[in-house]
Design a protein around this ligand. Structure first.
Ligand code: IVH
Length: 682
């Protein structure tokens, strides 16, 4: 078979396997076989750049292209829905529809209201051509490249056998969601990195979809349900039937849709899902009711803000009343102090809750909280329990003291500080406050950092309690200390434990893992330091751009800001870190122990780009962006991120952003195509 045909065949097969896996949940090949096919496709596409297709399954992995989103007008405005909160409102809606339709029979399609962010997808000839966020309803952000990474959104439609044809051009709308399990995983990662947690999956999904790096989007595993088909020539005049057709073309349509023929049917649907929604893999916050006939929809029309033929019924957030017994304070790795309410256990949305975060001093003050108060607890975005109110009518003479925020650290006694403009209190004693020290060590040894296996929370705790390690540098003298001859009569805990390490298999394994960690690449060493806001992605970007710890330490703010993906907060945090002599000293010590403090030397391939500053923009077909970056450096050039008068030329791929094009033109900077560039360095 011709390679080109093989590419087409692989694309078709992979599209189908994707659909079977993600939409139908019924894969017919193993993950390994899938990866195998994907690798073959990626390899062949690399050999045949002229066959580049933005909708190839290989594009699901995302690219490092930084896109500023272009604003595009919606063909049909994206309206919102009127909200109702109780059955009477639902009845009112039903009766308004009845009246508006002057006695015609009608059906109501009942659906779940997914709690994510709405998206509009445009398909032409069965291919996804554009994805827009709601924006202000009239114009939205073009997030096509990010949306392409979402596995359940078909890039090319895969009609099932016997499916009706899809229109040549149509729009389908739906909701992008981050499933609970991905949300939990993401927040766990962020907690490790010292990044602020997302309050709920909606915020996380929205933050993700607006990410400028589609590889981040691909990693986070978004999902999507579609619920509204628009355009000329859609199959039927029944909304429900249209959605079933859309399903047969390969879209993910909820199975929870149901056609109601009476008000009672609607109430039954609400009652059922109010309970059953708790076991869904994604967040829902209500029910949407839509008049099923498109003709009747048209008849009913729209108000200025929303359709008259549809309405949203919002679920009551579940609430429970319980007694507050005490407020305790927790200190995290970064020194942030979190007040925690300890309450009588109570059942809330399917789980027993006995602790809730009180966030900060202002929240405690706002509630005028007293020990012994009866408090209402809700799940914020359905996940972290929160105290939302106090039942003051239940106060009596047993009421305890007013809750005051502590002034000193509960762990080390240091006076707390509150930075101007911030709500949180911090313990500034990072050098000696136990949970901060332990937290830093735990982060340092964790899998994505130095990956020192065997050193879990408990072991770190034991080593710390017994005076074996006070900071991460002491890990690297542990072997020597353990091997040193011991005073046979010493019974100090420290000596006993050291002896233990040297005489037990588990201890020896830890020593080996510590030794091995000296080979861990620089970017992970940087991540392991636990610099605030420097997560894995930022550490990688900083390491690959600045190359060495020395460069990083002496980098100015502007140099840091010039690194892709590094903004003001991260840059300032890096500056603060190295400005602190204790941290700088720690880095020196680690360097002396032989940890990797620079990226491996780039092999020089030539000097044809010597002295040139080159901006990369757009998407490419022969090599990835990262590869072009490397090539530029390997030929003596410098890759810079923003266009200026000093820019020698722009290596311009497809779909270069309009603002960049504009700037290039204004400054008279030349554009060079991929092929010209490859010719230049040949
Ligand atoms: S239909 C004109 N159906 O809720 C009707 N919307 O407040 C367009 N939503 O912006 C919306 N689930 O983001 C519809 N099954 C569903 C939905 C749904 C969630 C969201 C959507 C919309 C908002 C309305």
């Amino acid at each position: 078979m011709e390679t080109k045909d093989r590419i087409l065949q692989l694309r078709a097969e992979l599209h189908q396997h994707n659909h079977r896996y993600y939409v139908e949940n019924a894969p017919i090949i193993s993950d390994q076989e899938f990866d195998h096919l994907m690798h073959e496709l990626i390899a062949l596409e690399a050999q045949h750049p002229e066959m580049y297709d933005p909708n190839s399954p290989s594009q699901r992995v995302g690219s490092d292209l930084q896109s500023d989103f272009e604003q595009v007008e919606h063909q049909y405005p994206m309206l919102s829905l009127g909200n109702t909160y109780n059955r009477d409102d639902v009845r009112d809606f039903y009766e308004r529809v009845e009246q508006g339709l002057e006695g015609q029979d009608f059906e109501i399609c009942c659906e779940l209201k997914f709690d994510g962010l709405s998206i509009s997808l445009i398909y032409e000839n069965g291919s996804l051509v554009r994805a827009l966020t709601r924006g202000d309803g009239v114009k939205g952000d073009d997030v096509t490249s990010n949306v392409r990474t979402i596995a359940t959104i078909p890039l090319k439609l895969q009609p099932a056998e016997g499916a009706q044809p899809y229109p040549e051009r149509f729009e389908i709308r739906g909701e992008i969601l981050l499933p609970w399990n991905s949300f939990d995983r993401l927040n766990a990662e962020r907690e490790q990195d010292g990044d602020p947690l997302f309050a709920n999956p909606r915020n996380a999904a929205s933050g993700t979809l607006k990410s400028k790096n589609s590889r981040v989007v691909a990693h986070r595993k978004l999902d999507a349900y579609l619920y509204y088909l628009l355009g000329e020539g859609i199959p039927t005049v029944s909304h429900y039937d249209n959605m079933q057709h859309a399903k047969s073309w390969g879209f993910k349509i909820s199975d929870a849709m149901k056609v109601a023929h009476s008000l009672q049917d609607i109430y039954d649907y609400i009652d059922f899902w109010d309970e059953a929604r708790h076991s869904l893999p994604v967040a829902t916050d209500g029910i949407v009711l839509k008049v099923n006939s498109l003709r009747q929809q048209e008849l009913l029309g729209y108000t200025a803000k929303s359709p008259r033929w549809a309405i949203a019924y919002k679920f009551q957030a579940e609430r429970a009343l319980t007694r507050l017994n005490a407020v305790t304070f927790q200190v995290g790795r970064t020194g942030a102090v979190t007040p925690v309410a300890n309450m009588d256990p109570v059942l809330l949305a399917g789980t027993i809750v006995k602790r809730a975060s009180l966030h900060n001093e202002d929240i405690i003050k706002g509630l005028d909280l007293h020990v012994g108060d009866y408090v209402y607890v809700e799940k914020a975005g359905e996940i972290i329990p929160q105290i939302v109110d106090v039942e003051t009518s239940k106060r009596d003479e047993t009421l305890g003291e007013k809750v005051e925020f502590i002034k000193t650290c509960p762990e080390c006694g240091a006076p707390l500080i509150r930075y101007e403009g911030e709500a949180a209190h911090y313990c500034p004693n990072d050098a000696a406050c136990p949970p901060q020290i332990k937290g830093r060590i735990e982060h340092f040894v964790s899998r994505d950092a130095m990956n020192i296996m065997g050193l879990g929370t408990e072991v770190v705790d034991r080593y710390f309690q017994n005076g074996l390690i006070h900071d991460v540098t002491e890990l690297y003298t542990l072997g020597e200390r353990a091997a040193a001859p011991m005073d046979l009569f010493s019974q100090s805990d420290e000596d006993v434990l050291l002896h233990d390490i040297f005489s037990k298999k588990s201890g020896l394994n830890i020593l080996k893992a510590i030794e091995d960690s000296k080979q861990v690449p620089f970017d992970r060493v940087l991540y392991a330091l636990g610099i605030r806001f420097v997560g894995k992605v930022a550490a990688k970007a900083l390491a690959s751009q600045l190359k060495t710890m020395e460069n990083l330490r002496h980098a100015s703010k502007d140099e840091l800001l010039a690194v892709e993906g590094i903004g003001d907060i991260i840059a300032q945090s890096v500056l603060d870190y190295f400005a602190n002599p204790k941290d700088a000293e720690l880095v020196d010590k680690l360097a002396a122990f032989g940890l990797q403090m620079s990226m491996p030397e780039q092999q020089q391939l030539g000097s044809s780009l010597e002295g040139l500053s080159i901006v990369i923009s757009g998407t490419f077909s022969h090599h990835s962006r990262e590869e072009y970056k490397q090539l530029i450096e390997q030929y003596g050039g410098k890759n810079v991120s923003s266009i200026s008068k000093k820019t020698s030329f722009i290596l311009a791929g497809e779909n270069m952003g309009p603002s960049k094009l504009d700037k290039a033109q204004k400054l008279g900077v030349k554009l060079m195509s991929e092929d010209e560039f490859l010719e230049l360095i040949k």
